[in-house]
Design a protein around this ligand. Structure first.
Ligand code: NCD
Ligand code: ZN
Ligand code: ZN
Ligand code: ZN
Length: 424
């Protein structure tokens, strides 16, 4: 029998359970899974867990235009070090990704710098060319409230035709759901003040509005933040829902000042616990980081002026695996929300260890939790709101069968690809 090109052996998560086996890889894809396989290159991980690479469906890598905060090189290194092998980048860059030429320019940059696979979101704005963007974007993104960038669409009436055109393309419409007209603009000095300006009603109202306005679209509600919104997103046809680690693990009592200033806001402990329970109840389709780096200098501004958003692509999987280890979440649910579901929602050949799937793999030692330190992470911004928490970081990461991280360090200079592919 012919050798596989690459074999990864360990305690692999296959068909919903862990088993000691070998994953055989040819041409970047998983070709065979068996107890024993021979390969030209064999990676032996004994009892360590081999999981599908995580897919972070919500990152802001700030490239082009905002590269003092992050760029596709640093953002994707941060992703790889955290076991994320595919990211979907949001359109609030400079220029915003609302035209085919901006999308292609971003793809060119990402192809030259990215260590992981990627998809690019197109921003919704009046007059945009929906059919041509649909062919090359991973999905569309709608901002219903002001946040970082200039893509606010305050009235859904202004994009009526655009929303109607998105439905038939079959692409996902991802939504930042906060109702701009309900947002209060009182002076803010604390996380509590920021939360009060952006109430739970603000979120719930936006979810109701977009459901009414985009009836024919596959809706994806980003970063759900409040317990009150849960009934609006539970078992709704044609709607998927995302939650972030920060809304699950941080709240307004966290002593992190502007580092915790984010949209939608961190809320009170009851909300956070309600969201955590919803994770256990299977309400959420995916957990994404909403990796939104800003420089330390920007975050050192007075509370009112500090920008919103926090980095998270590198801590997404490690934080969640720590909670798996603590038995707060089961491994199957974690893999479903960080690997399988994002791949299914966006139609990728990823997220499972199964023949035919991309050979994106993460190797972890569940006994080896480490303390999260902003200074040790790889984002350009150099800080984290999860400072001091525990995380289980990957020992090794493979992208399309190529080793990209080994013993926690970058190996080789493999480049990721756009998952949507190039125009013919
Ligand atoms: C994000 C950013 O900085 O790009 N900020 C944030 O507070 N989450 C934008 C966004 O996702 O709303
Ligand atoms: Zn958002
Ligand atoms: Zn975001
Ligand atoms: Zn926990």
């Amino acid at each position: 029998m012919k050798n596989m090109e690459v074999v990864v052996e360990g305690n692999c998560y296959v068909s919903g359970r862990l088993e000691r086996c070998c994953v055989g890889i040819d041409n970047g894809r998983i070709s065979k899974i068996a107890k024993v396989l021979d390969g030209d290159k064999v990676y032996q991980y004994d009892g360590k867990l081999v999981l599908p690479g995580a897919i972070d469906a919500h990152v802001h890598f700030r490239d082009p235009g905002l590269t003092a905060k992050e760029d596709f090189g640093t953002g994707s290194l941060s992703a790889a070090c955290g076991g994320v092998t595919c990211v979907f980048d949001m359109p609030n860059t400079k220029p915003p990704t609302t035209t085919l030429s901006a999308l292609r320019e971003k793809r060119r940059l990402a192809e030259s710098k990215s260590l992981v696979d990627f998809g690019l979101f197109a921003g919704v704005r009046p007059g945009m060319d929906v059919p041509s963007l649909a062919k090359e974007a991973v999905g569309f993104k709608l901002y219903m409230a002001s946040t970082t960038g200039e893509l606010l669409v305050p009235s859904l009436d202004a994009v009526k035709d655009e929303l109607a055109a998105i439905g038939p393309t079959g692409k996902v419409l991802a939504v930042h759901a906060e109702n701009e007209s309900m947002r209060k603009k009182d002076a803010e000095e604390s996380l509590e003040d920021h939360m009060k300006n952006r109430s739970a009603d603000c979120e719930s109202s936006a979810i109701r509005k977009v459901r009414g306005a985009a009836k024919n679209c596959r809706l994806h509600i980003c970063h759900l933040s409040s317990k009150a919104s849960l009934p609006l997103v539970t078992n709704v046809p044609n709607m998927t829902v995302e939650v972030t680690p920060h809304h699950l693990l941080l709240d307004t009592a966290s002593k992190i000042g502007t580092l915790g200033k984010v949209n939608p806001p961190l809320r009170r402990r009851e909300d956070r616990q309600g969201l955590f329970q919803a994770v256990k109840d299977g309400v959420f389709d995916n957990i994404a980081s909403d990796h939104a780096p800003h420089t330390v200098e920007e975050k050192e501004e007075d509370f009112d002026y500090a920008p919103t958003g926090m980095p998270g692509v590198e801590t997404l999987l490690p934080l969640m695996l720590h909670h798996v280890r603590e038995r707060h979440i089961d491994l199957g649910a974690a893999v479903r929300m960080m690997c399988e579901r994002p791949a299914e929602i966006f139609g990728l050949n990823k997220g499972k260890i199964e023949p035919g799937y991309d050979a994106d793999l993460v190797v972890v030692d569940m006994q080896a939790a480490g303390v999260i330190r902003g200074s040790a992470l790889h984002s350009k911004c150099g800080w984290t709101a999860f400072e001091g928490m525990l995380g289980i970081f990957p020992k090794a990461v493979f992208l399309g069968g190529a080793s990209v991280i080994e013993s926690g360090n970058q190996t080789g200079d493999h480049r990721g690809r756009d998952v949507v592919g190039q125009p013919a």
